[in-house]
Design a protein around this ligand. Structure first.
Ligand code: UGA
Length: 482
């Protein structure tokens, strides 16, 4: 398929080169949008696109979640989202529903935002939610529509979704499919949706392109008002799907690279923080995503590198991604490193079955996989707290936002109401999520509460000289002992 302009360019393109405007199937001026799946991704998109002026319907099978959203309550912790939700509900642009028929009646463009978790029986992604979303929606369609995948999926999924649509949608409507992966980061999700650093549009027809252009016009207009451009890559299905997993695989590799350097620094007495700073000055390397620590977690990076390997294997290209297995192993090893450091600081031997830390009280600061979220999925902090609990130590956890989720995931430790509560009488403090509250905590104040002034900085986020000056025995990740 050819377009009248170069497929990779900054948008909006000059008027003459923009895709030909099309009449919306619903007859509305601007496309009406549905976001199917109101988890992190779908809820954020639904709310932000309403903010951009679109009429939006958020759809989910989870009645409790829909009731909360409809009542103006965001079910997740994401800075800035509450206010936008309430504002757009009040403006009447945003509604929520559990009814697929209503979604089909309402929408011109339907974004599939459901989860694609790792399958319990292997490394590949579970696509059953994508399948259910598509097959629940399309039989109710009564006019042409565009189904746009946003969920992170194995390459080949968009073609499969197209076949599902062909099988389940009334044939005469000519319902089409496109794929447009998302790149939002938890904690910065609102900004990432309103001001994306790029858009990737995997599509097959000029109509799909015009529809997607119309569905993102609000994003382009905001950019123009702010004198910015939004780079857009228009491409095929397979490339669009791969862009997303390739980006996450690259980020995971970058983190594991610096964590591998941390291991070498530990063996040689070098300092990985200084090393990262020094290599990061080279623009080709860049300083972002080079913070060594307890490794990456969350609902995306870990599962994405695994399902990417599984898919490559199916395609006969498994060898190409074998390094991702190593990336995963390096990441797992960092979690164990905290337990080694704990044994070292507490003067307990580290046997083949790990150390025996019974009788010790360990305060874990942090539970979420990173700050500014309440998400504990595959959180290194939770994994380390679990490992510490298995050594026989008494482990207490405090997190500013993730307590409820953490309690469900890790019931075997105790939970405190505040940072000062959790550190009281502790023999060791481990900082495992880089919340500001922990980074800027006063080591003198905390020092007066603990039983032993020992701290492990699992993220290399503390001001080490300050803590050492306050009398703390300090261990970082990939850094020499002070
Ligand atoms: C990640 C990607 O960054 C997003 O672009 C992508 O859209 C998203 O996954 C997704 O697939 O939906 P997110 O899971 O929110 O976003 O988290 P990141 O900010 O990427 O952090 C991932 C993990 O890496 C965290 O545990 C963080 O602490 C860790 N990390 C990050 C490091 O250990 N070192 C660093 O230098 C940076």
């Amino acid at each position: 398929m050819s377009f009248p302009y170069s497929p990779t360019q900054a948008y909006p393109p000059p008027q003459a080169q923009q895709p030909t405007p099309v009449v919306m199937p619903s007859g509305a001026q601007r496309p009406r949008l549905t976001f199917i799946g109101t988890g992190y991704l779908g809820a954020t998109y639904a709310i932000c696109f309403a903010e951009l002026g679109y009429e939006v319907l958020g759809v989910d099978v989870d009645e409790a979640k829909i009731a909360k959203l409809a009542a103006g309550e965001v079910p997740i912790h994401e800075p800035g989202l509450d206010e936008l939700l309430r504002r757009n509900l009040a403006a009447g642009r945003l509604r929520f529903s559990t009814d697929y028929r209503e979604a089909a009646d309402f929408g011109d463009v339907h974004f599939i935002c459901v989860g694609t978790p790792q399958r319990p029986d292997g490394m590949s992604a579970d696509l059953s939610y994508v399948e259910t979303a598509v097959t629940s929606l399309v039989p109710h369609l009564t006019r042409k529509a565009l189904i746009v995948g946003k969920s992170t999926v194995p390459v080949g999924t968009a073609e499969w979704v197209e076949q599902l649509v062909g099988k389940h949608a009334p044939a005469e409507l000519g319902v089409e499919v496109a794929w447009s992966p998302e790149f939002l980061q938890e904690g910065f999700a609102v900004e990432d949706v309103l001001r994306p650093n790029r858009l990737v549009l995997g599509l097959k027809s000029a109509w799909a392109h015009s529809m997607l252009f119309a569905a993102h016009k609000g994003v382009f207009e905001l950019a123009v008002n702010e004198d910015r451009e939004v780079p857009v890559v228009v491409t095929d299905f397979a490339t669009a799907e791969l862009v997303k997993v390739a980006a996450n695989a690259f980020l995971a590799t970058k983190i594991s690279f610096i964590n591998a350097m941390a291991e070498v620094c530990e063996a040689s007495g070098a300092d990985v923080s200084q090393l990262a700073r020094a290599i990061g000055y080279d623009d080709r390397i860049g300083k972002k995503f080079l913070r060594a620590g307890v490794g990456f977690g969350g609902g995306c990076l870990p599962k994405d590198i695994r399902s990417f390997q599984a898919r490559a294997q199916e395609l006969g290209a498994g060898e190409a991604l074998r390094f991702l297995h190593e990336v995963d192993l390096i990441n797992q090893r960092r979690r164990g490193r905290v337990v080694q450091l704990a044994a070292e600081l507490l003067g307990r031997p580290y046997g083949p079955a790990g150390p025996d830390l019974s009788g010790m009280r360990i305060a874990v600061l942090g539970a979420t996989f990173k700050p500014n979220t309440d998400d504990v999925r595959d959180s290194p902090a939770i994994a380390v707290a679990r490992k510490l609990a298995r050594t026989g130590a008494q482990v207490g956890v405090y997190d500013p936002q993730g307590m409820e989720n953490a309690k469900r995931d890790l019931p075997e430790v105790s939970y405190a109401q505040s940072m000062t509560d959790v550190v009281r009488d502790a023999d060791l403090v481990c900082v495992l999520t880089a919340w500001e509250e922990f980074r800027y905590a006063d080591p003198n104040v905390l020092g007066a509460l603990v039983n032993g002034k020992r701290v492990i900085d699992g993220l290399n986020c503390l001001d080490q000289p300050l803590w050492t000056a306050a009398g703390w025995e300090f261990r970082g990740m990939g850094r020499p002992n002070p």
